[in-house]
Design a protein around this ligand. Structure first.
Ligand code: AMP
Length: 285
């Protein structure tokens, strides 16, 4: 496995690859969720490239950039075990040689909603670094987790709108045995907070179960009830949308996505599940 810290070393290693290349973009602190992306990349491509870069552009001034976990040796070990051919581990100056970029990708209206409403400028930062890393690694395919569902939808949209020649594949969310979505930020949680964090996946499960029969409004009401009386976890947003994140009204029937964000202590967690929305026979009649 080649570890490249510079663009020049990355380009040289990439040039030597013959055949289909798959890339997994990460901020490190790799876990089983990332491992699922590596598996998907390995089955879809002949060469697997991983990037590890904590992107300063997507962190707000009061967010966790400085304390974001950095575990490079363990990450490289996981990449080795995952059959990765090339890991790009640039520092800030390698990705942004001229300092903060003046030109950034505009994520459009969806970029200001949900995560973008809570974190202004977040998706400008995400899409800008994703586009740069796609240009630098030149993959045929790129693999993104459904865990960050809005990111996945916006990356698909960027690739379509800007004609980026890469195939985007979404990979289902990997969870802990008790249902918590795996995340690099879970390690911030104290044991009590770890327990309280389960409110979020429980909310989504209840909502998804209610969506089949009780419609959009019934699903949201059932989901919100889980958060009632839970002082340790505070709901930021909870929405039910179409699979492409377009808004739906109470009459909507069909496939959808239920997405939520919550604060547990000082940690912000996000999660989402697919739902199938149907009304009760009485409601439909
Ligand atoms: P991150 O390192 O958190 O920026 O994530 C890098 C990639 O891994 C993104 O495409 C994430 O959506 C994906 N990812 C993170 N956690 C999970 C998970 N629990 N299941 C599946 N994919 C994940």
């Amino acid at each position: 496995m080649i570890v490249a810290g510079t663009r020049a070393d990355l380009a040289a290693a990439r040039d030597s690859m013959v055949g289909r290349v798959g890339v997994v973009l990460t901020m490190g602190a790799l876990h089983e969720g990332h491992a699922a992306l590596l598996d998907a990349a390995r089955s879809g491509a002949e060469h697997v490239v991983v990037t590890i870069f904590v992107n300063p552009l997507q962190f707000g001034p009061h967010e966790d950039f400085d304390r974001y976990p950095r575990t490079l040796e363990d990450d490289l070990q996981m990449c080795r075990a995952g059959g990765v051919d090339l890991v790009f581990t640039p520092d800030r100056g390698e990705v942004y040689p001229d300092g903060e970029p003046g030109v950034r990708v505009d994520p459009g209206p969806l970029g200001g909603q949900l995560e973008g409403a809570s974190r202004p400028g977040f998706f400008h930062g995400v899409l800008t670094v994703v586009l740069k890393l796609l240009h630098l690694t030149r993959p045929h395919a790129a693999y993104f987790g459904e865990k960050d569902y809005q990111q996945l939808v916006l990356v698909r949209r960027m690739v379509r709108d800007l004609d980026v020649p890469v195939q985007i594949t979404g990979v289902p969310t990997v969870r802990e045995p008790d249902g918590l979505a795996r995340s690099s930020r879970n390690r911030y949680l104290s044991p009590a907070e770890r327990q309280a964090a389960l409110t979020l996946p429980r909310t989504l499960r209840e909502g998804a179960a209610a969506a089949a029969g009780a419609g959009v409004d019934g699903a949201l009401a059932a989901a919100r009830r889980v958060f009632d009386g839970t002082a340790e976890a505070k709901l930021d947003y909870l929405v039910l949308t179409a699979p492409d994140l377009a808004p739906v009204d109470g009459a909507y029937r069909g496939p959808g996505r239920l997405l939520g964000a919550a604060w547990v202590g000082g940690t912000r967690l996000i999660d989402n599940v697919p739902v199938q929305v149907s009304g009760s026979p009485a409601a439909l009649g």
